[in-house]
Design a protein. Structure first.
Length: 99
């Protein structure tokens, strides 16, 4: 049987900023706290740059080859859809004129 003992509560007596003697000290401590803690926007950009460094980017040659493949496939599909559209249009015209 395991028993987990939680850590003790923080010692509030030893904390320096437990007692604030003036409004100015409070504002100075808030400024120092803001300087130490980065805001969410800068953290987001730092994490984004870090993730982009991990990416395995293709070489220039690979990028050109892949782009050429995409262009060829798009052209072939465009021609195919054009032909299917023309055939469908003629079939509809034939069906309308026959009735």
């Amino acid at each position: 049987m395991w028993v987990q003992v939680l850590p003790g509560l923080p010692d509030w007596q030893r904390r320096r900023h437990w007692r604030r003697f003036s409004r100015q000290n409070e504002q100075e401590e808030l400024i120092v706290a803001d300087e130490k803690k980065p805001n969410a926007i800068s953290r987001y950009f730092r994490e984004t740059v870090g993730e982009l460094r991990k990416v395995n980017w293709p070489t220039r040659r690979e990028a050109i080859q892949l782009s050429a493949i995409v262009i060829v496939v798009m052209t072939v599909m465009g021609i195919y859809l054009f032909v299917v559209d023309i055939i469908g249009e003629n079939l509809i015209k034939l069906a309308i004129s026959a009735s």
